[in-house]
Write a protein that binds this ligand. Structure first.
Ligand SMILES: Cc1cc2nc3c(=O)[nH]c(=O)nc-3n(C[C@H](O)[C@H](O)[C@H](O)COP(=O)(O)OP(=O)(O)OC[C@H]3O[C@@H](n4cnc5c(N)ncnc54)[C@H](O)[C@@H]3O)c2cc1C
Length: 408
């Protein structure tokens, strides 16, 4: 055994936003945890490669607060006061007014860079006690045995744990190693992401506008700035990516009638291929998948990481409860409970995001009428509207403790 070899309770493969959130939650609750990621800590903390923002739902805010990360994010977070959902060239719309659900913000928009920075800073503060950051390092060999897991790293170091958590994103090595099949669907769309300066205030209103060639989200950021997520069909996206900044802004202005005045680009443009993926199982012997390693959804409703945080909260609760009782956190019964807990919520969100994208991408008249009827109905029926608002805030379903604002 090398001096640097480590025996922990939980080994997290993947130190992205999901893996770090799980590691911080469980290490903060007293478990011995190791995180392995090929990205060096300083690069992970600044994340210049990720130009996205995340719409952090109310329940996710509770979790981030509960694990001690929200204080670092608060000053970088812009409250979402209201949400407007509408269709291009249609008089119908849904307006989610925060006053209809208690008057607090519906969620917050936070730059991914700030989230990663907040998570890494918290992780570093735990690294003196219960958290080991093997970053940068790579998994050379993963062996899942009867009573534990052994992970040999490129550095020669060996990490032993009772459970391995696959938080290694959409091309998960952990998932492949366990021969877990994935159902995939390519949307033929590209998500173009950019930060826009605008002349007038956005008043905290997040906008989702559906166009026949894909939805455009306008998300309020601090100051007179918004982040756009334009999910354009691949052909259109290629043309948009090839445009210079001025011509790109011209295209955007044609779709941007929010009364925000003159627009400017406040940073580089980023683009992400959009696909859906769902692992056939989220668990295997001494393995649990979380975040994009378990499933990936269309960003249309801004729910991918919110869903990932529900994985984090559920698995953290089950493993910490097991450890507190002196039980094995990687046992078959813990994993079976995790699988049951997370399956339905995931399938429901895949169906909702996939269905929304297909429904609004189709210009057949009966579907257009159905959409208009649906938008009008939701807007006019208060209980229905409140249910959808609670759903968007992540407050519906069998919520783990951290998502209810309770301690782990
Ligand atoms: C355009 C766009 C907009 C979005 N907007 C929102 C939003 O508003 N709200 C929301 O909730 N969600 C949103 N999402 C979804 C959200 O960004 C993802 O669900 C989230 O980033 C997934 O994080 P993750 O940590 O699970 O995966 P990843 O970010 O992919 O992280 C995986 C990590 O694993 C590491 N890794 C990979 N392979 C290995 C290996 N073999 N060994 C060790 N480590 C490895 C990687 O280096 C990385 O650090 C959006 C997505 C897109 C594309």
């Amino acid at each position: 055994m090398m001096v640097n070899d480590k025996t922990v309770d939980l080994a997290v493969v993947g130190g992205g936003m999901t893996g770090l959130a799980f590691a911080v939650a469980t290490a903060g609750a007293g478990a011995d945890v190791a995180v392995i990621d090929p990205l060096p800590v300083p690069l992970s903390a600044t994340a210049p490669f990720d130009g996205r923002v995340t719409a952090v739902a109310r329940a996710s805010h509770y979790l981030l607060d509960g694990i001690g990360v929200w204080p670092a994010l608060r000053s970088a977070a812009e409250p979402i006061i209201d949400i407007e959902v509408s269709e291009h060239a249609s008089p119908f719309r849904v307006f989610y007014d925060h006053r209809e659900v208690g008057g607090e913000a519906l969620g917050h928009i936070v730059e991914n860079r700030a989230i990663r920075h907040g998570l890494i800073e918290k992780a570093k503060s735990l690294a003196t006690t219960t958290l080991t950051l093997a970053m940068p390092d790579k998994v050379k060999r993963l062996t899942r045995g009867a009573s534990g897991v052994q992970i040999m790293l490129d550095s020669g170091r060996v990490i032993r744990a009772r459970l391995v958590i696959g938080a290694d994103g959409q091309n998960s090595m952990c998932r492949r190693e366990a021969n877990i099949d994935v159902m995939r669907f390519d949307y033929g769309q590209t998500g173009i992401v950019a930060t826009i300066d605008h002349e007038h205030a956005h008043h905290g209103v997040a906008v989702e506008r559906f166009f026949p060639d894909g939805p455009l989200a306008i998300l309020p950021m601090q100051g007179h700035r918004s982040s756009i997520v334009w999910a354009a069909e691949n052909g259109l996206a290629q043309d948009l990516i090839a445009l210079d900044d001025e011509a790109f802004l011209g295209e955007l202005e044609e779709r941007f009638d929010q009364g925000l005045g003159a627009l400017g680009l406040a940073g580089p443009r980023y683009h992400y291929p959009l696909s859906m993926a769902q692992a056939h199982r989220y668990t295997d012997h001494r393995l649990a998948l979380i975040g994009d390693a378990a499933r990936k959804i269309h960003p249309i409703a801004g729910q991918g990481w919110n869903l990932a945080l529900r994985d984090v909260a559920a698995l953290a609760e089950l493993t910490i409860d097991a450890l507190r009782l002196g039980l094995d956190p990687g046992s078959a019964s813990v994993l079976a409970r995790y699988e049951r807990w997370r399956r339905f919520d995931s399938l429901a969100l895949i169906a909702i995001t996939d269905g929304l994208n297909r429904l609004f991408a189709n210009d057949v008249l009966p579907l257009k009428l159905a959409r208009e009827w649906g938008l009008g109905l939701v807007n006019r029926v208060p209980p229905l509207k409140r249910f959808f608002m609670q759903h968007a805030m992540g407050l519906v379903g069998d919520l783990p403790r951290l998502m209810r604002g309770d301690a782990l």
